[in-house]
Each structure stands twice: as structure tokens, then as C-alpha cells.
Ligand binder design. Structure first.
Ligand SMILES: Cc1cc2nc3c(=O)[nH]c(=O)nc-3n(C[C@H](O)[C@H](O)[C@H](O)COP(=O)(O)OP(=O)(O)OC[C@H]3O[C@@H](n4cnc5c(N)ncnc54)[C@H](O)[C@@H]3O)c2cc1C
Length: 351
């Protein structure tokens, strides 16, 4: 069992390893974090959006009523701890172009439990003059955008300052597992928790898991004028990060060679931007990453078949920003009290 005497090693310091480390430190549980310098971090390409109503059918995101309060409080606490505000509250305008889409929207958001997430009288003024107008805009509220890329960068500096950071790649040959503990690179730990993002698929300690990786790419752009406050979800996302820098992107590529930015994305996205935008823009950055998505689109959390002292905390797919704070707490409670893992996230559901 995990307790105040325990010592834990986290492998991977994307947003999953970062939040897990923060939650352990809040409970005064000693740990270290090993990462290979964010070499493969999807976190650096992400918009960090939490969107309560998603998809073509405008349905509430899985468990959003539970996930959102924990996410909001966790990112606010981290903003305080690291002295930088990572959280931007901004409503999402959902563009609709056909009567069928409008009908679907109204029949969905009219259901019980949706009123907290939609604005009754949408304000679609901010994007007038900036984009080609849609026939209707639904306005989603309680959405937040978290600068998870800056957060993991700052948290790495914090870990280094606290002497809790080990730079390097996990080396399975340096691991010895006994009944009582695990020794890695001559240091004994009570648990090792793997938060390796898409590289978790190659981890031999957790074989045969149905990862369905999805590469995504994004631009950072500037408009000629100031960026709007709201986020726009038309055919593509326009997600202002501050008054100047705007994230846009989010492609899904299931077959890919590596996690690098490609010229094909740049050409495709410039076409889409030119079609949507009425204003000039400049591309200031182009990023790519691989989402650790899984069959069934739910996280992968649980022990290795090799040892109950080796855990995976992964499978956050397209929604790491909202899932990770809640499920990091859930995993820690599981390790402290022995309470069962949520059946929809436990990795042994695939056995
Ligand atoms: C284009 C794009 C847009 C996205 N937009 C959103 C969004 O708006 N909202 C949202 O919630 N999610 C979004 N996502 C998904 C989000 O990025 C992921 O859910 C999240 O970042 C996963 O975090 P992670 O920590 O599990 O993995 P990662 O961020 O991939 O972190 C894993 C870390 O472990 C390190 N590592 C891996 N293996 C080893 C090893 N063996 N030894 C040492 N270190 C290792 C890696 O280098 C990396 O630093 C987006 C993703 C992409 C690509």
C-alpha cells in the first residue's frame, strides 16, 4: 500500500506525470520523476482545451460533471504554486452550417443536465469580420483552455530545483523487481508509475494493450488585429491562447511514420485557414504530437502483469487535460486504500 513512508518513481513528465507528481507531493509522498527531455511529449502540441460538449452529436463529454471541478481546482492550484496563470476561461462558439446541425444541437442541449454548459442567448459578435459566418452559433460555457505545454516546462524546472528530476530514458535492464520493492538504477522504490504517453505502447512490462495512436498537428498563428477572447469551433478550431497567439489544428492521422511536423499538414491547414478567415494571418509555430489513444477511448490505469508494484497511468487520448487531474487522484486513492479502480479505466478490462 502507498503511504507517507513510500518512495515512488514516475516515468514520463508530460501532463500525466506532472499532475501525478503534484498530487503525490500534496500528500507528502516522496517521489522522483524520470523523463527523456520531453522528446515525445504530445503535451507540447496540445491546445489544452476542456470542452464539455463535443462531437458531431453535441453530447456531454464522458464524466465531465465529475472531471471538470477537479481539473479546474488542480490547474488553479498549480498556477499558484508555480506563480503563473495557466488557465484561460473562454466560451466555445460552435458553428453550424445546416438546419440539420441546428436541429441536432437544440435537441441535444435541451436535454436534462445540459443547461449548465450552454449560453441561452449566444454572443457571436467577436468573430464577425474575422471569419466567414456560419448560419448559427451555439455557445458552450464552462470550457477552459490550459497552457499544459508551459505548465510541464515550468514544472520540470521546479522538479530540477527540488532535486526530484532525473533526465534520461527508462532502461528496463536497470530494473530489479522483488516481492517488496523495485530497484531502479540502484535506488529502491515502492512503486514505479509509467506515464510515457504514446511510447507506453512499446513498454514490454505492459504487453498487448490496444493502443490506437493518433498523430495530430497544430499551428500557432497571429492575426493582423488582436485575437478574440472566445474559442471558435468551425470546421477547424481557432483557440486564442492570449491577445496575440492563436492555436489552430487538431488533425487525426492513424498511420504515420514519426511524430514530426509535416509539409502536407502545413499545406492542408493553410487551405482551411484561407477558406475560413477573412483576415490575414502569420504562422509563428508548427507542432506535432501523438495522442496516446486507446480502443474505446478511455484511460489505461493499473498494474503490470509482472508486478503489482509497476503501474501504468496512460491512455489519455484526446482529452488528457480533463481526465488526468481526476484520475491521478483516483489512482493515488486506489494505491493508498486498495479501493478498486473504475472499471472503465482499469487496464485489466482488456484481458
Ligand atoms: C495536436 C494535438 C492537440 C491536442 N489537443 C488537446 C486538447 O485540446 N485537449 C486535451 O485534453 N488534449 C489534447 N491533446 C491530447 C493531449 O496532448 C494528451 O492527452 C496528453 O498530452 C497526454 O499526456 P501524457 O503525459 O500522457 O503524454 P505525453 O505528453 O506524450 O508525455 C509523455 C512523456 O514521457 C516521456 N517518455 C516516454 N517514454 C519515456 C521513457 N521510456 N523514458 C523516459 N521518458 C519517457 C515523453 O518524452 C514525454 O515527455 C492533443 C494532442 C495533440 C497531438
Amino acid at each position: 500500500m502507498l503511504n507517507k513512508e513510500s518512495h515512488v518513481l514516475i516515468i514520463g513528465q508530460g501532463i500525466a506525470g506532472t499532475i501525478l507528481s503534484y498530487k503525490l507531493s500534496e500528500k507528502n509522498i516522496s517521489h522522483k520523476v524520470l523523463d527523456n527531455g520531453h522528446k515525445y511529449a504530445a503535451t507540447h502540441a496540445a491546445a489544452g482545451l476542456i470542452n464539455p460538449i463535443t462531437g458531431r452529436n453535441y453530447v456531454k463529454s464522458w464524466m465531465i460533471d465529475d472531471l471538470l471541478p477537479v481539473a479546474k481546482s488542480t490547474y488553479r492550484e498549480l498556477s499558484e504554486k508555480l506563480n503563473h496563470n495557466y488557465v484561460r476561461e473562454a466560451n466555445i462558439l460552435r458553428a453550424m452550417h445546416t438546419p440539420a446541425q441546428e436541429n441536432k444541437w437544440f435537441s441535444s442541449v435541451g436535454k436534462p443536465g445540459y443547461s449548465d454548459y450552454v449560453v441561452e442567448t449566444p454572443n457571436d459578435n467577436e468573430y464577425k469580420g474575422i471569419v466567414q459566418q456560419a448560419s448559427y452559433y451555439g455557445e458552450i460555457t464552462q470550457s477552459i483552455q490550459v497552457d499544459i505545454s508551459q505548465l510541464v516546462t515550468d514544472y520540470k524546472a521546479y522538479l530540477i530545483d527540488q532535486n526530484l528530476y532525473i533526465e534520461g530514458s527508462f532502461d528496463a535492464s536497470a530494473l530489479t523487481v522483488t516481492d517488496n520493492n523495485v530497484v531502479y538504477a540502484n535506488e529502491a522504490y515502492d512503486y514505479i508509475i509509467f506515464c510515457e504517453g504514446y511510447k507506453g505502447m512499446e513498454n514490454p512490462l505492459f504487453p498487448d494493450l490496444p493502443f490506437q495512436l493518433a498523430k495530430g498537428q497544430a499551428f500557432t498563428i497571429n492575426f493582423d488585429g488582436p485575437a478574440p477572447n472566445q474559442i471558435l469551433r468551425d470546421e477547424i478550431f481557432i483557440a486564442p491562447m492570449d491577445e496575440k497567439n492563436i492555436w489552430t489544428g487538431g488533425t487525426y492521422q492513424w498511420d504515420f511514420e514519426d511524430d514530426s511536423p509535416t509539409a502536407a499538414f502545413a499545406a492542408e491547414w493553410n487551405d482551411k485557414l484561407k477558406k475560413l478567415l477573412k483576415v490575414n494571418y502569420t504562422v509563428t509555430n508548427h507542432k506535432a504530437g501523438v495522442r496516446p489513444a486507446v480502443k474505446g477511448r478511455k484511460p489505461l490505469i493499473g498494474p503490470s502483469p509482472i508486478s503489482n508494484l509497476l503501474y501504468m497511468f496512460n491512455g489519455m487520448g484526446t482529452k488528457g487535460t480533463s481526465l488526468i487531474p481526476y484520475f491521478a487522484e483516483h489512482l493515488i486513492q486506489h494505491l493508498i486504500t486498495g479501493m478498486p479502480l473504475h472499471s472503465e479505466v482499469a487496464l485489466n478490462r482488456f484481458k
